[in-house]
Design a binder for this molecule. Structure first.
Ligand code: BGC
Length: 738
């Protein structure tokens, strides 16, 4: 014990003195001197793997162990790290090896912007939620999203993000749905991959999470997700597979829950058989916070780094190595993965330095992404865009609609500027005021505000106004699920009353996931704005008045009712379950309950299609202020067919159409009726026609065969379907594969 304490102090002292040592080596451009004679791994022409091996040879056992665990985070319950705090205020840090020029890994949560910067007095931009950005179906927007976060992380002195959530939406009540990219693995994987690619290009370690099947928050530390391999590989894991292929993240975060009996962070199937062997992932795996449960088992399964503490991968790992329970080779493999990832992401060659963020640039990006993420769900009699020459008064109704817009909670939370950092589970309204944005847009229009607390007063105001706009919200957060998709706070009643008073009612939804809408037939317009970020109100005003023509489409189904979900009754921990604290970090804990994902492949629209359940709004749906027609579908032969078709803008406004391509697999494949296999964003001027070309990846037509553990492209007759949403696929062509 004593020896350990002394050693820790020694390490701490090394680190505290390190800045001077590093300072002496700093060259121009803030890069450390590449003293290649004494530090041959500083040679940038070597591969990350070669550089890692050269460093590894110089390292002591203690230095190696120190790379494989965290050292606590501010406010984290449980034992404190014996290492002096060297963090940057973020969720965790891993000490470096200063004598060898290996920096500290400074991690921050950064789902829709850099988290908790308020506590450090730092600024970060809130982007629209991840789910919102998925509604743009735009890889370029995903790239801009990642690049912005990458830059702002570095502005704050971080060199690793804990973003990149891509759990597919199996149940829309999952409280973290807003942190993910919707229900389709190909859409979600492609977008998260593009985000990560551009994030890492800013020289931060990118991360993809929560691997895997962490599809609900209730009992997340003790739930066992029971699911077939085929269902996993074709849905939940496919999103990760594509994300990793496209984005090449340096890190994967394994999740809290168990999958088929083993906790994800000690699950050999997930961490070795699939991640390493099938996907050839070269980076490192870190545990979700407190999600490590063992030393030897986790190491053997493929966990490389325990966060945020050192309970299993600190001293116990050292002892296991000394006792031969974890081999030297395995230890070195974990260390190699850490080091090669640091070189690959560029954090060694391009050290993060605190600097002033480009706030206005960030706002422009955030607003632009919000504009391309807002989905027009209903537009009766073309109530939108609002015609400022005819509308003289607008009632703005809704809680805080004079002040701001709601954001998503938990570790994703970005702090709003100008106020105290919020508590973990507090509704946070970003200071982006719909009332102000709408008033500023057209000062000649009279705008009035009612919070809606008094339903009768709000209805009276609506009655006196030409148009009423209700800003309705749904707050969701990590650590909880929604008991229901009904809007909280009796907002359905408010909306119904306002619509009864004035049928020219438009509802703007600020939601983290789907919501039910009992008033859908009585309002004229519905805009789904999600959690819209720092500039949400400006983006909405631009859409309301037609400066921007909406183009976004739903990345998830909006069901008609919870009764239509695969698990109408949400599965929660049974009475007497151990509870989060008892399970977290515990070496003896076992899952206390299971969710059986018997719906298997039928995730999202695949479920409603197969079960023939009508929905409120289908996957891929979204209106525009113009209209489009589709024609001339051609499908080339072969297993990687090229699909071409024409899209015409048949209206009078320029727009962007998200044209979708689905495939129905041969009868007997045992697949849901159809799956998305590609899409194209087609920008078209009013009246213009264009040709879209989508080449289908053969894997997207394949099925996963459990027996042979491989993907199979089945022979038979496929149907390729093209159109503007999963429920409007008028063009079809057969494709026959031998
Ligand atoms: C969350 C992770 C997050 C981590 C660090 C965990 O509770 O599940 O997504 O990155 O905390 O804050």
């Amino acid at each position: 014990m004593m020896k350990q304490a002394l050693l820790r102090v020694a390490i701490a002292v090394t680190f505290f003195t390190a800045p001077c040592a590093i300072a002496q080596h700093v060259m121009h451009n803030g890069q450390p001197a590449a003293d290649e004679k004494t530090q041959p791994w500083q040679n940038k022409s070597l591969s990350p793997d070669q550089r890692a091996d050269l460093v590894l040879k110089e390292m002591t056992l203690d230095e190696k162990i120190a790379l494989l665990h965290g050292n606590s985070m501010p406010g984290w319950p449980g034992p404190k790290s014996p290492i002096a705090y060297m963090g940057n205020g973020g969720a965790g840090f891993v000490v470096g090896v200063p004598r060898l020029g290996i920096p500290i890994i400074q991690m921050s949560d950064a789902a829709y912007g850099v988290r908790s910067s308020g506590e450090n007095g730092r600024y970060s931009t809130a982007l629209p939620s991840n789910l919102a950005s998925a509604a743009s179906w735009d890889p370029q927007a995903a790239c801009d999203y990642g690049a912005l976060i990458g830059r702002e992380l570095r502005n704050q002195g971080y060199n690793m993000t804990l973003g990149g959530g891509v759990n597919v939406t199996r149940d829309p009540r999952n409280g973290r749905t807003f942190e993910y990219m919707g229900e389709d693995p190909i859409l979600a994987g492609t977008l998260v991959g593009n985000r990560i690619k551009c994030e890492q290009a800013e020289h931060v370690i990118g991360d993809i999470k929560h691997y895997a099947v962490n599809d609900q928050e209730s009992g997340r530390n003790e739930v066992d997700s029971i699911i077939s391999k085929r269902a996993m590989r074709e849905s939940d894991l496919l999103a990760f597979e594509i994300g990793i292929q496209v984005g090449d993240p340096a890190a994967v975060m394994c999740s809290y829950n168990a999958v088929n009996g083993d906790f994800a962070c000690e699950n050999k199937y997930l961490l070795t058989d699939v991640l390493r062997k099938a996907w050839d992932f070269k980076g490192f795996v870190l545990s979700d916070w407190g999600g490590t449960h063992s030393t030897v088992k986790a190491s053997e399964a493929g966990l490389d780094n325990e966060e945020p503490l050192a309970e299993f991968f600190g001293e116990p790992l050292k002892q296991a190595v000394e006792a031969g329970k974890v081999s030297q080779a395995d230890l070195d493999l974990h260390v190699h993965r850490m080091l090669r990832s640091e070189f690959a992401a560029g954090i060694v060659d391009f050290p993060a330095r605190r600097s002033v963020p480009d706030i206005e640039g960030g706002w422009a990006t955030s607003r632009h992404i919000a504009e391309s993420s807002t989905v027009l769900l209903k537009n009766k009699d073309s109530i939108l865009p609002i015609d400022a020459s005819k509308v003289h008064s607008i009632a703005i109704i809704g809680k805080n609609a004079d002040m701001g817009m709601i954001s998503g909670g938990g570790s994703a939370q970005v702090d709003p500027p100008g106020r105290m950092p919020p508590h973990w589970q507090e509704h946070v309204w970003f200071p982006t005021s719909p009332l102000k944005a709408i008033s500023a847009k057209n000062p000649a229009i009279k705008t009035s505000f009612a919070s809606g607390d008094d339903v009768a007063a709000a209805a009276a105001l609506a009655k006196q106004s030409d148009v009423a706009i209700v800003f309705a919200y749904q707050w969701t957060s990590e650590g909880m699920d929604l008991p229901t998709l009904t809007l909280e706070d009796n907002q359905d009643k408010l909306i119904a009353a306002v619509a009864a008073a004035n049928p020219k009612t438009i509802v703007v939804l600020e939601t983290g996931t789907a919501a039910t809408m009992p008033w859908v037939d009585s309002v004229s317009g519905i805009l789904e704005a999600w959690y819209a970020g720092s500039k949400g109100a400006d983006a909405i005003a631009n859409i309301l008045f037609g400066d921007v023509n909406p183009s976004a489409k739903l990345p998830m189904t909006f069901p008609a009712s919870e009764r239509d979900l695969p698990h109408p009754d949400f599965v929660v921990p049974p009475p007497g379950a151990q509870g989060r604290e008892a399970v977290m970090r515990s070496g003896t804990a076992k899952p206390t309950f299971a969710v059986h994902y018997d719906e298997g492949l039928k995730v999202g629209y695949k479920w409603y299609d197969a079960e023939k359940k009508p929905v409120l709004f289908p996957f891929g749906f979204g209106l525009s202020y113009t209209t489009y027609s589709y024609s001339d579908l051609k499908v080339s032969e072969g297993s990687s067919p090229t699909v071409t078709f024409s899209v015409k803008n048949t209206g009078s406004r320029d727009g962007v159409e998200i044209a979708q391509v689905y495939a129905s697999l041969p009868d007997g494949a045992g697949e849901p009726p159809k799956r998305l296999v590609g899409w194209s964003r087609v920008p078209l001027k009013a009246g213009e026609s264009g040709t879209a070309t989508v080449t289908i990846d053969p894997k997207y037509l394949s099925v996963y065969d459990d027996a042979s553990n491989s993907w199979k492209l089945l022979p038979g007759s496929y149907t390729i379907r093209v159109g503007g949403s999963s429920a409007a696929l008028d063009l079809t062509k057969k494709l026959s594969l031998k």
